[in-house]
Write a protein that binds this ligand. Structure first.
Ligand code: PMT
Length: 409
């Protein structure tokens, strides 16, 4: 894995990043976060609030970052070595992780009541915020409004993710995993706005086909690959329409997202969104079949054998590719054998410009995993293997590959 990360490093000059840690339980993950950032070529200086120091010690962060940790606005010794204004000027990026609801609110109101908030006000660095809090605090209208204000001021919001929380609650509010935060930062550093003025429509996640009011047919798609593509396209300046089946992921910042359930609904939304699109990426694991009839009442389990008649769903990719003035059409192929051969057939049959094949028989790749490995084949027969990496990194590579091909078309 460290070899992989080496190759993920860019040849840019070392970027300077201030990591601002605020007082949430996720602060304990910051030692790992610093390590991941350094692996990706960032020089990291840590600033902590008083509350953050209750969750992780400054000594730990000093050890992993290799620099003294800044805590107090009025620390004469620190100010003598690198004062807060100097630190504000030094930084290319300021990342607040975890960012509590309290600190987010202070950022919205321009408060400067501790070293971190003062530094942020005094800096021109790009600001990124990774919220982490109880799900109810995150869902609170006040917090949501604060997040919108930050987004409208060009602050990049990373996460939060859904899942079990330290307090026992379940829902959105967990800090994004350190490796994902570090990868997002790397993408930001590498971005070249290659999709400025382009509209991209992306499908993601599974579709859910109802059998009766309680049962359905679906698959294990988590939406992670499609959401990563949406983020990557957005970061490269595109207007992004994300059409997603039911997943437990939050709407990526700056992306217009429509949640759907069935394949038929997904097709209808794609038909609406595809107008004037430059690129269409079909990453959703669309159910191939749907029940002919949906029972209006729960089906009783009084038979030993049961037959459910299924009919084929319309193919969304094929529909998009058959439109006059079609966008650049990219498909995915989830294969468990003869990967290249089956992917090539899908590329031809569906008349795609590019197909990204993933081997779903490999452990920890493909469906519902953080990592993936993609084999690309385009309509000119050019093939390219993208090696194992996080879906976030792969998404960025796929976006670059698309842009390269659109340029030469
Ligand atoms: O969501 P994750 O957990 O991150 O997992 C990612 C993924 C494995 C789902 C993704 O990388 C992937 O491979 N998506 C396509 C899965 C799939 O349905 O493959 P397929 O070979 O059955 O379909 C081929 C292509 O046709 C796909 O682009 C699919 O979106 C599209 N299709 C399929 C059927 C249909 N009715 N309409 C379609 O548009």
């Amino acid at each position: 894995m460290s070899e992989k990360i080496e190759s993920e490093k860019t040849n840019h000059l070392q970027k300077k990043l201030v990591l601002g840690i605020t007082g949430g339980i996720a602060a304990y993950k910051c030692a790992d976060l610093v390590r991941r950032l350094k692996e990706r070529g960032f020089e990291v200086r840590v600033v902590m609030t008083v509350s953050a120091a209750k969750f992780i010690t400054p000594v730990t962060l000093q050890a992993v970052s290799g620099y003294p940790v800044h805590q107090d606005l009025f620390d004469a010794e620190m100010e003598a070595s690198m004062g807060h204004i100097e630190l504000a000027r030094w930084a290319d990026y300021i990342l607040v992780a975890p960012a509590t609801a309290n600190t987010i609110s202070k950022l919205v109101h321009g408060k400067a009541d501790n070293l971190l908030t003062t530094l942020i006000l005094a800096s021109r660095a790009s600001l990124l915020v990774a919220p982490a809090m109880n799900q109810q605090m995150w869902a609170n209208t006040v917090t949501q409004n604060n997040i919108r204000v930050l987004e409208s001021s060009e602050v990049i919001i990373l996460g939060p993710e859904e899942g079990e929380q330290a307090c026992g609650d379940l829902g959105a509010g967990r800090m994004m995993e350190p490796v994902d935060i570090a990868n997002q930062l790397l993408m930001l550093v590498n971005k070249r706005n290659i999709l400025a003025n382009k509209k991209v429509v992306i499908t993601a996640g599974p579709t859910v086909e109802a059998i009766d009011p309680v049962r359905y047919i679906s698959n294990h798609s988590s939406g992670k690959m499609g959401f990563a593509l949406a983020r990557a396209a957005r970061l490269e300046g595109a207007e992004v329409e994300l059409v997603s089946g039911p997943v437990a992921l939050c709407e990526p910042a700056g992306v217009n997202m429509t949640r759907v359930t069935s394949a038929a609904e997904m097709l209808e939304v794609v038909k609406q969104k595809i107008k004037n699109a430059d690129i269409f990426i079909g990453c959703a694991a669309v159910a191939d079949y749907t029940p002919v009839e949906v029972a209006s009442q729960k089906i009783k389990k009084n038979q030993e054998l049961m037959n459910i008649q299924l009919k084929k769903n319309s193919d969304i990719l094929t529909w998009v590719a058959s439109q006059e003035g079609r966008p650049y059409v990219v498909g995915f192929a989830a294969e468990s054998q003869n990967i290249k051969e089956f992917a090539r057939k899908k590329l031809e049959n569906k008349k795609l410009d590019l197909i990204c094949a993933n081997d779903i028989s490999c452990q920890n790749m493909g469906f519902n995993s953080e990592n993936n490995q993609l084999f690309l084949i385009d309509c000119c027969g050019v093939e390219k293997q993208l090696s194992v990496a996080s879906k976030i990194v792969l998404a960025q590579q796929v976006i670059q590959e698309i842009e390269l091909r659109m340029k030469t078309d």
